[in-house]
Ligand binder design. Structure first.
Ligand SMILES: Cc1ncc(COP(=O)(O)O)c(C=O)c1O
Length: 398
C-alpha cells in the first residue's frame, strides 16, 4: 500500500521519460501528450534550451539563497514578465493558489487603504482559483468547498458573461473593491468569457475604481495565441496571477500588479521563503525566452485551429460544442465521459475530462501541426465509439 495521501483518483500509469510532446511509461509504451501536466509543460519534455539553463544553474551550486539578498535571475524574470504583461511589479511564489492568495490580499489592502473596512471581491460561478481557504472560498464550486466551512468571507458571486449581475452588485454593495475573473475557466469546463463582456467589466472597474484581477494561471502565458487572454480584449488589468506554464515544470507562481494595484504592497506585507529562488527563476527566464524566440504564440493559434477543425470534421454532430482558444480546448459531450481518459491512455494519448462531460486538451505549446493532426486521429475514433455506445438502447430499454 502506498503512503501517498489519497487525494487524487490516479490512473495506474507512470511516465518516466519524455521528449518533445511524447511520453514513455515504465513498460516503454509511447504516448502523445495533449495535456502538458495540466497546462504546465509549456516547452514539452527535455527542451534543449531549458535543460542547458538548468544544468548551468546546477553547476553554479546555488539553487536557493533567500529573499534577504538580491537574486539576479529573479530581477531578470520580473523584467520579462513586466514586458509581456505590460504591468509593473512581480511577487514570486510557488503555485497558482499562492499567486491568487497574494491577489486577494492585494485587493483587501487596496480596500483598506481607501477606507473600506470590510472589502469584498466579485467572483464568478464555476471559476477555480485554488484550494487554500481563501482561494477555495473564491472558487465557484460547492464540491471544492464542501467540508471546509466556515468559508472565508468577502466574496460576492455572479454568473460568468452576465454584466447586469455585476451592475446590480455595483449598485447595492459599497464594499466591493475588485473583480476577480478566470477569463477562460479551465477546471469549470473551458468556459470562455466573451471579449465584449470583459471590456464591459473593465469599464465598470474603471468607473468604480475597482481592481480588475485576471486569473491567468491556466489560460495565460501564450496558450491562447497571445501572452494573456486580456490582451485579446485589448486592455490592461491591475492584477494578474500566474503559475502553471511559467517555468515549464519547475514549480513557480507570480502575482503581477500594475495600474491601481501598483505600490499597494509595502515591505513586510507579504513573503515566501522559496518564492523567486534561483532554480525556479532560471526556468522562468528560459521558458519565456524560448516561447518568444520559437514563435510559440503563433504556433498555439495555428495548431489549435488544426485540432479544432479536425475534431469538428471527424466527430461531427455527436458533440455538443467545441470551445476554447489556441491550445486551450474543450469538447463538450451530452453525457459524462470520464471513461475516455483511460481509453485514450490505452490508445497512447494523454487527455483529461473536466466538469464531467468536457474533454480538455492543453497540449505543450511546442506541438507541431503534424502532431496536432495525430491528436485528432487518436481522439476522434474514441469519441465516435463512445458516442455510438452511449446512444445504444440499454438492456432495460430493449
Ligand atoms: C485558473 C487556476 N487558478 C488557480 C489554480 C491553482 O493552482 P495550483 O494548483 O498551482 O495551486 C489553478 C489550478 O488548476 C487554476 O487552473
Amino acid at each position: 500500500m502506498s503512503h501517498v495521501m489519497n487525494t487524487y483518483a490516479r490512473q495506474p500509469v507512470a511516465f518516466v521519460r519524455g521528449e518533445g510532446v511524447w511520453l514513455w511509461d515504465e513498460a516503454g509504451k509511447k504516448y502523445l501528450d495533449a495535456l502538458a501536466g495540466i497546462a504546465v509543460n509549456t516547452l514539452g519534455y527535455g527542451h534543449p534550451r531549458l535543460k542547458k539553463a538548468l544544468q548551468a544553474r546546477l553547476d553554479s551550486g546555488v539553487l536557493h539563497t533567500s529573499n534577504l539578498w538580491r537574486i539576479p535571475d529573479q530581477e531578470a524574470a520580473a523584467d520579462r514578465i513586466a514586458e509581456i504583461t505590460g504591468l509593473d511589479e512581480v511577487f514570486f511564489c510557488n503555485s497558482g493558489l499562492e499567486a491568487n492568495e497574494a491577489a486577494i490580499k492585494v485587493a483587501r489592502k487596496y480596500g483598506h487603504d481607501r477606507g473600506v473596512a470590510e472589502p469584498a471581491i466579485i467572483v464568478m460561478e464555476k471559476a477555480f482559483h485554488g484550494r487554500s481557504l481563501a482561494t477555495l472560498s473564491a472558487t465557484g464550486s460547492r464540491k471544492v468547498q464542501a467540508g471546509f466551512e466556515p468559508l472565508v468571507s468577502g466574496f460576492v458571486r455572479v454568473p460568468l458573461n452576465d454584466l447586469d449581475a455585476v451592475r446590480q452588485v455595483a449598485e447595492h454593495n459599497k464594499n466591493v473593491v475588485a473583480v476577480f475573473i478566470e477569463p477562460i475557466q479551465g477546471e469549470g469546463g473551458i468556459n470562455v468569457s466573451r471579449l465584449e463582456y470583459l471590456r464591459g467589466l473593465k469599464e465598470i472597474c474603471e468607473r468604480k475604481e475597482w481592481l480588475f484581477m485576471s486569473d491567468e494561471v491556466q489560460c495565460g502565458l501564450g496558450r491562447t495565441g497571445k501572452w494573456f487572454v486580456y490582451q485579446h480584449a485589448g486592455f490592461q488589468p491591475d492584477v494578474v496571477p500566474l503559475a502553471k506554464g511559467l517555468a515549464s515544470g519547475v514549480p513557480v507562481g507570480a502575482c503581477v500588479v500594475g495600474g491601481r494595484a501598483k505600490g499597494v504592497f509595502k515591505p513586510g506585507n507579504h513573503g515566501s521563503t522559496f518564492g523567486g529562488n534561483p532554480l525556479a527563476m532560471t526556468a522562468v527566464v528560459a521558458t519565456l525566452d524560448t516561447i518568444k524566440e520559437e514563435g510559440l504564440l503563433a504556433n498555439a493559434t495555428k495548431v489549435g485551429q488544426v485540432i479544432r477543425d479536425g475534431l469538428k470534421a471527424e466527430i461531427g454532430a455527436g458533440m455538443k460544442e467545441i470551445r476554447g482558444m489556441g491550445l486551450m480546448m474543450g469538447v463538450e459531450l451530452a453525457q459524462p465521459c470520464g471513461a475516455l481518459v483511460k481509453e485514450a491512455l490505452e490508445a497512447g494519448l494523454v487527455i483529461n475530462v473536466t466538469a464531467d462531460n468536457v474533454i480538455r486538451l492543453l497540449p505543450p505549446l511546442v506541438m507541431s501541426e503534424a502532431e496536432g493532426r495525430m491528436v485528432v486521429q487518436r481522439l476522434a475514433p474514441l469519441v465516435r465509439g463512445f458516442l455510438a455506445r452511449s446512444s445504444e438502447p440499454t438492456a432495460a430499454a430493449r
